[in-house]
Design a protein around this ligand. Sequence first.
Ligand SMILES: Cc1cc2nc3c(=O)[nH]c(=O)nc-3n(C[C@H](O)[C@H](O)[C@H](O)COP(=O)(O)OP(=O)(O)OC[C@H]3O[C@@H](n4cnc5c(N)ncnc54)[C@H](O)[C@@H]3O)c2cc1C
Length: 447
Amino acid sequence: MAKKTADVVVIGGGPAGAVSAFMLARQGHSVVLLERDEFPRFHIGESLLPYMMGLFDRIGLREALESQGYVPKFGGEFIDPTETKFFSGVFRADFSLQGEGRFDRAFQVERARFDAMVVEEAAKVGAEIHLGTPVKDLVLDGERITGVTYEQDGEEHRIDASYVIDASGRAGRIANKFGLRKTLEKLRMVGVFRHYAGLDERHNLGAEGDIQVGAHDDGWVWAIPISKDVISVGTVMPRDVFRKSTPEAVFDEHLNRVPRITARLTGTTPAMDLKIETDYCYHADTVTGPGWVMVGDAGCFGDPMFSGGVLVATATAARAAETIGAALDDPADADRLIEEYANYFKTGYDTYIRLIHAFYDGELVSVAADAGRTTSREALERYLIRLIGGDFWSEHNAVAQEMRRRPEWDTFAPFQRVFGCPAYPQFDEQDRKERAEARILRVTSGQ
Ligand SMILES: Cc1cc2nc3c(=O)[nH]c(=O)nc-3n(C[C@H](O)[C@H](O)[C@H](O)COP(=O)(O)OP(=O)(O)OC[C@H]3O[C@@H](n4cnc5c(N)ncnc54)[C@H](O)[C@@H]3O)c2cc1C
């Protein structure tokens, strides 16, 4: 068996794996990324959040992202005829209302192109990328993972590394090997979706480029324009609802419940067969171990509501790369650094999944109202839009603080939160002051 070595081996070339490889290679470490599929390939997860812009700006990938001609997304339209799940019948999260210094847009992307782009950027800075190369097994020395075996051109190879980053997404190479994955029983959703061609945004009753999310009694429907003339449409529902009908019938029925989305589809035709995604609601309480870390979906995913998956995946990947870079430079401090990373991972996913629970439990409006008791009305709107935009790691977001008070929305076993915004770390201190001022304004103005 041919054998080689590297500082770090990354399993999986989705956004999380590619960002880790990009950052470690740029730090000057030797990185080998092994991706099972040939690229470009289809992947779901097409709507990005504005906090991704801050993150990609900080780590040096924003220019590449902006050069692709993706559809700009300036907001999210949340449709709720019952007015119980969102803040009005049609509520628009306008990203320009996040406050000073934050990017006011994100992008809708075709993942086949987006994922290939990030992997190419990693290759440009020196990461060794192997596509069409599945990882077969983990190599262990006692309790430590010291490498992986993989298949290439029909032959088995082995690579030894100081660290293994598991970015294998739902395949969860390490979680499955060690039996670490736990289903989020309260969610257990199913997604059914397809692309439509012939989009003409003049039929959009809202703002061009926005994602639309339409809530109804059995779940919700998304519409995401991924290019000038193609739109992705999906319906998400509990497993029991899915099992009662056929995918085609349930898709049509749910879509027809959201007339603002069917209006946007005027003149379009299906561009692919329906696709189905299941078993994506899970977490692990152990996300690191001797010689390894999980990043992104390999460790946790909740639900596509609020489109946070790629952000939490890439933000944890960036933090993992910083952590492993520091651990390679100072091995004596490695255990502490990696434990801190595990808590950072959980802090962001925990916040994102609380937002999801707040929606499904019909508590979003009441949580915002509770947060409003300790902050001015203007600041409350800012906190809410920021949270919807991806503000999952800030200690001082008033709405996130309120959600963290709810034990029924805990995902992980008790852990020590590690805050620190991956997109705008420069504002952490300013955020603390802003929160204190908003609290005082609320008291003195008697709003
Ligand atoms: C229905 C649905 C809708 C969604 N919509 C959105 C959205 O609008 N916006 C958003 O941000 N997120 C969305 N998501 C979530 C998003 O898809 C994921 O969070 C995101 O892709 C995670 O990135 P990742 O790099 O961690 O994993 P992935 O993107 O899944 O990448 C993992 C990679 O690992 C590779 N791999 C697996 N096993 C092996 C192996 N043994 N060897 C080598 N390689 C391997 C896979 O081929 C894959 O390329 C959605 C998810 C679902 C289920």
